[in-house]
Design a protein around this ligand. Structure first.
Ligand SMILES: [Zn+2]
Length: 219
């Protein structure tokens, strides 16, 4: 029961601090379709879409909502970062960067593939590798006691990728043990469920046959 409460609390926290799903559900169908095409570019091709393929007014709306992120490397779309981050994820023949640790763990849900995540402990820089199966379940982690730390690094969230994502990182077991705020720690298994719950709405957008509900009993 404790694990499930942790998961529910962390999903609520993430949705409160970054209400992405609410924002997407508030926009016009046409803009939602544009958002879905951006997502599909990342999911299917592992690359940012070409900016001129996106209607300018839709792009402006999505940027205003912080649903997509414009960078020198292209258009990022949570959980996919166009700019290089400290978290890489490999699936099929693609290598992409994730916005944060929870986002990385959600990628198998969207791609329907096994994913290999590589990162470093945010405290001691130890190399970390995490393998997820095509359902997003953790198959292997090196070191095996790797966790996710969800720290609050800013009181206000204006741009998720700048003031929220940098606080959601992988942390090795040794550093986790001496972390002062133990409530910020999430096991990999829990964090993968949190990520999949948070991004389930994207799965529904890119696979219209999937109902847009996610009973927690099913995860
Ligand atoms: Zn460490």
């Amino acid at each position: 029961m404790k694990i499930r409460n942790n998961i529910i609390n962390d999903v609520k926290r993430l949705r409160r601090e970054f209400p992405l799903q609410d924002r997407i559900e508030s926009i016009e169908v046409r803009t939602t379709n544009t958002y879905t095409s951006v997502l599909n570019s990342w999911i299917k091709d592992g690359v940012a879409p070409l900016p001129d393929a996106i209607p300018p007014d839709d792009l402006e709306t999505l940027l205003t909502l912080d649903a997509v992120v414009m960078t020198n490397s292209g258009i990022g779309c949570y959980p996919f970062s166009a700019a290089k981050t400290s978290i890489s994820a490999n699936y099929r023949e693609h290598q992409i960067y994730a916005m944060n640790a929870i986002d990385a763990l959600a990628i198998p849900l969207l791609t329907g593939t096994e994913v290999v995540i590589k990162s470093r402990c945010s405290r001691c820089a130890l190399s970390l590798t995490i393998k997820s199966d095509s359902l997003g379940q953790i198959k292997e982690a090196t070191p095996s006691d790797t966790q996710v730390e969800y720290r609050q690094i800013s009181a206000n969230h204006t741009s998720c990728c700048n003031d929220l994502c940098p606080g959601i990182t992988f942390i090795c077991g040794s550093c986790a043990e001496i972390t002062i705020n133990q409530n910020d720690l999430i096991t990999l298994k829990e964090a993968s469920v949190v990520g999949r719950a948070f991004y389930h709405f994207q799965l529904c957008l890119t696979n219209p046959s999937i109902p847009n509900t996610m009973p927690l009993d099913a995860v």
